[in-house]
Design a binder for this molecule. Structure first.
Ligand SMILES: Nc1ncnc2c1ncn2[C@@H]1O[C@H](COP(=O)(O)OP(=O)(O)OP(=O)(O)O)[C@@H](O)[C@H]1O
Length: 346
């Protein structure tokens, strides 16, 4: 299945959705849900706001949508200051976590709903709704009720409903959380293609690092109301700036060297039986746990200072001489695989 419109708006120079947060803060009483963030999202970008629960992702999205008013700072969309504009005047459209469709309206009427609110005549709005349903490949379902559609189809109706206003930026709050894992992977591919074809920006809030790494041109990782790191998925995964980013994105060990901390990918550390040579790039450890991880084994180890690390060992290496819980081992890494972190191991 392939969603999208015929031409690629990025290539035809019609890219929209340049978003800027300039020192934007949202305070509730004395606590800051979002703390002076600066962020520039280029036009036609798939941006994922990522981070743990309560870090300020949804509040940032809601300020961009106009559903929350920033306490201070400015928000610009396509070079227009939208900080004080009403949601419907901003050029944004929001797709919510629970994409609740009106159960008594047909698919086409659901999609056309916002145009009805704007006073667009019935024939015109139904015509536009059908065009939008084509974009999400649901034109055959126009006259059905939402209850007669699958979860994934209902979600595409919600997408069409948001896109009918022709926004410069589509804002999505955990859009895949209600879908089963298989459908989630399929729909995320469709979202990405749709974004590229429309040439607008999508800003997608997620808890899931996998989702952000798979989808985003720009990953923005938030922590405690602030932006901890922003960059391409490859940048954030391979060059995490801090221990927080390293742990959140996963797949790496944070190794405390006393005066500084480094990150080393779990598939780049080696594990040997017993205590071998002590070097600046090795640690004596105890094997604390072993899990089969499909393509290999994930071996959890603990060093003598209590530092916990994981070594991904290939199936072949593991099975030739298996590790056992409680045994002494040596974990080592090539200095060229070590990545320096700012601000220590915690
Ligand atoms: N209306 C409100 N009044 C007071 N505090 C709020 C309000 N809305 C959000 N907060 C607080 O602001 C912080 C950020 O909330 P936000 O919903 O933006 O986080 P989030 O990263 O989207 O979290 P989640 O992933 O759990 O949805 C949280 O500590 C939250 O409790």
């Amino acid at each position: 299945m392939r969603l999208g419109v015929a031409n690629n708006a990025t290539e035809t120079g019609k890219a929209k959705g340049l978003i800027e947060f300039a020192s934007v803060t949202k305070a509730y009483g004395s606590s800051k849900a979002v703390d002076a963030i600066n962020l520039k999202i280029p036009a036609s970008t798939y941006c994922c706001l990522l981070g743990p629960s309560g870090c300020g992702k949804t509040t940032s999205l809601r300020m961009l949508a106009g559903h929350e008013i920033a306490t201070s700072g400015d928000i610009l969309l396509d070079n227009i200051d939208v900080t004080d504009l009403a949601p419907a005047k901003r050029g944004t459209a929001m797709m919510f976590q629970s994409y609740a469709l009106f159960p008594h309206l047909t698919v086409a009427e659901n999609v056309a709903f916002s145009l009805k609110m704007k006073g667009v005549s019935k024939p015109e709005r139904l015509e536009k709704a059908r065009t939008m349903l084509k974009v999400v490949e649901l034109e055959k379902f126009a006259d059905r009720l939402p209850s007669q559609l699958s979860g994934g189809q209902q979600q595409r109706v919600a997408l069409a409903r948001a896109l009918i206003t022709q926004p410069s930026a589509l804002l999505l709050d955990e859009p895949l959380s209600a879908l089963d894992p298989f459908l989630r992977i399929r729909v995320r591919g469709e979202l990405k293609r749709l974004q590229k074809n429309l040439g607008i920006s999508f800003v997608h809030v997620t808890h899931s690092q996998d989702e952000a790494l798979a989808l985003a041109d720009l990953v923005v990782l938030m922590n405690n109301g602030r932006i901890e790191q922003q960059g391409t998925a490859g940048d954030v995964f391979n060059r995490p700036r801090t221990a927080f980013v390293t742990r959140f994105v996963g797949g790496h060990n944070v190794i405390d060297l006393g005066d500084r901390a480094i990150a080393v990918r779990q598939d780049r550390v080696s594990l040997a039986h017993g205590e071998t040579e002590a070097t600046a790039s090795s640690r004596f450890v105890n094997v604390a746990g072993i899990e089969f991880a499909g393509t290999g084994y994930s071996v959890q180890v603990k060093d003598d200072r209590g530092g916990e690390m994981t070594a991904m060992v290939t199936e072949q290496t593991f099975l030739s001489q298996p590790f056992e819980e409680g045994e002494r081992a040596t974990l080592s890494w090539a200095p060229s695989d070590a990545h320096q972190l700012e601000g220590g191991a915690h």
